[in-house]
Design a binder for this molecule. Structure first.
Ligand SMILES: Cc1cc2nc3c(=O)[nH]c(=O)nc-3n(C[C@H](O)[C@H](O)[C@H](O)COP(=O)(O)OP(=O)(O)OC[C@H]3O[C@@H](n4cnc5c(N)ncnc54)[C@H](O)[C@@H]3O)c2cc1C
Length: 477
């Protein structure tokens, strides 16, 4: 039966239900027996702090949160969701922009206790359970002088990040996080546990790498490691002028693959490291990482430093330090975002584009407004567009126009700003699922070329024909 869920997400094959309290208690009884106090209902003391995700938003209260420890418990939760029709959300790091880790009136399959990491230094492979956070993995790998590329934030879940893409400090050198995914253990919608890799369930392996959480619960990820004891990294900031921004973006677009950065165009917050006279004025702030010999870093960094940085903390550090202190408390501000991929090959925005980006953030009246830019290219472009479900391989930049507001009532105004700024900057049309701020079927169509989406649907029909996994950027079967 085709229908729409309360968020307007794609058409569903499975009809989800809300149960009366007595029926709900009966339905949850087997899980309560199996999980004990790891099945939390709203009356549990720890429920409020458990049923919360990183982003804020309208009230979404699950009927229960199941804190699973192994594949058998994952399968047991899936069985209850299948048999009762309760909506299901799969949650690891809880950083979904649209709070996919919460199911209103439904079941949250909470993977946070599945947080084991095993670093096989000899084989150059890291094994992470489905609830591992990027910071924990980076620290464990760093003890061996090894690394896998994630994003820029330690509190993000590896599984959520890798299934959508994973654009971060090592992407131009090693590809997206999903390009480092050698294989995985997955609990399918029917409770079967399978291994997937290039030889086993290759269609599932293809779909997992970009198709998000649509196909099963990933309980173990096998990730390629590289040697990376130290990097040259830290923060650079400049007063935002169109010429300065264009120089920075051109230098990054033309830089060797070892250099990457997360560039934010924003109004300077009153941070102590930014000169007071710039507070409240437009600023360009970049988290920079050169993952090669320090002696090779100088030339690339010199081009970035040339426009006269007002803050420069870039130096030789252990790679895990790039993830220290980035993140924040859960349940905070509500996000609005529009993502897009700009340019092909080596391409940097023009000075007019830079001026428009600075003007856009200067004119924002609600909350923290940012134009975030991440250089693509390098190893990302070295993989064919049809090799994985992530297909935007030839883009020069991933750009997100985004804002955060503490007050959910301010979201409509923030959304208006996001859409207007994104329109001015040509951001949209080709979306990145991990930063998408909305869940409409059009957003999903924007995220994948037609042929990719058709193939994802085929895999969805084979592995989850009832659309049990629907709390995601949903590929309808
Ligand atoms: C502060 C912040 C910083 C970020 N930085 C980056 C960045 O640098 N680079 C980047 O590419 N992205 C980044 N993101 C986006 C992030 O990658 C996505 O939001 C991602 O989905 C978060 O994964 P999670 O496990 O933390 O979130 P969750 O909300 O727990 O999961 C999101 C969805 O992923 C799926 N999922 C999660 N775990 C599993 C699993 N084990 N099995 C199956 N499905 C699963 C589910 O559909 C779930 O609903 C950032 C987000 C935030 C809020």
């Amino acid at each position: 039966m085709a229908m729409q869920d309360s968020t307007g997400t794609a058409s569903l094959t499975r009809t989800t239900t809300q149960l009366s309290p007595e029926v709900l208690d009966d339905a949850l009884a087997p899980l309560a027996a199996a999980l004990g106090d790891r099945l939390l209902t709203p009356s549990a003391a720890a429920f409020a702090e458990t049923a919360v995700v990183f982003m804020g938003g309208p009230e979404r209260t699950p009927a229960a949160v199941a804190r699973v420890r192994d594949t058998a418990e994952v399968a047991a939760v899936l069985a209850v969701a299948r048999e009762t029709g309760l909506p299901l959300a799969v949650r690891s790091g809880g950083h979904s922009y649209v709070r996919h880790g919460l199911a209103d009136g439904g079941l949250v399959l909470d993977l946070r206790l599945m947080d084991g990491v095993e670093i096989d230094a000899a084989a150059g492979v890291g094994h992470a359970q489905g609830g591992v956070l990027a910071g924990a993995y980076v620290t464990a790998a760093g003890e061996h002088g090894l690394a896998t590329g994630f994003g820029d934030t330690g509190s993000v879940g590896i599984a959520g990040l890798a299934l959508g893409g994973g654009i971060g400090y090592l992407s131009r050198l090693d590809g997206l996080t999903l390009d480092s995914l050698l294989g995985a253990e997955v609990v399918l919608a029917d409770g079967t546990v399978v291994e997937t890799n290039p030889d086993e369930h290759p269609d599932l392996y293809w779909a997992l790498r970009g198709g998000g959480g649509n196909f099963g619960v990933v309980t173990r990820l096998d990730l390629r490691l590289r040697e990376l004891p130290v990097v040259t990294g830290g923060m650079l900031a400049w007063a935002a002028e169109p010429g300065t921004l264009t120089t920075i973006l051109t230098a990054l677009a033309e830089a060797p693959a070892e250099l990457s950065a997360m560039v934010n165009v924003m109004v300077a917050p009153p941070m102590p490291m930014i000169p007071a006279e710039l507070h409240g004025k437009p600023l360009v702030m970049a988290l920079v990482c050169f993952a090669g010999p320090a002696s090779d870093a100088e030339a690339s960094l010199a081009r970035l430093r040339a426009p006269g940085a007002v803050h420069d903390s870039v130096g030789e550090i252990a790679y895990p330090e790039m993830f220290a202190g980035v993140g924040g408390p859960a349940g905070g501000a509500t996000a609005a975002a529009r993502t897009g991929f700009l340019g092909d090959g080596v391409w940097a925005p023009s000075e007019e584009w830079s001026a428009a980006a600075i003007e856009a953030v200067s004119g924002a009246t609600h909350g923290l407004a940012v134009v975030n830019l991440r250089p693509m290219g390098g190893a990302i472009a070295g993989t064919g567009a049809s090799a994985t479900a992530f297909a935007h391989r030839d883009a020069a930049w991933m750009v997100t126009v985004q804002g955060l507001v503490p007050d959910p009532d301010a979201v409509p105004a923030l959304r208006e700003w996001v859409e207007s700024a994104a329109g001015e900057l040509g951001v949209g049309g080709r979306g990145y699922v991990n930063f998408m701020g909305d869940t409409t079927p059009q957003d999903v169509r924007d995220a994948y070329p037609e042929a990719t989406l058709a193939r994802l649907r085929e895999v969805k029909r084979a592995y989850d024909p009832q659309n049990l996994f629907a709390s995601n950027h949903n590929v309808a079967p």
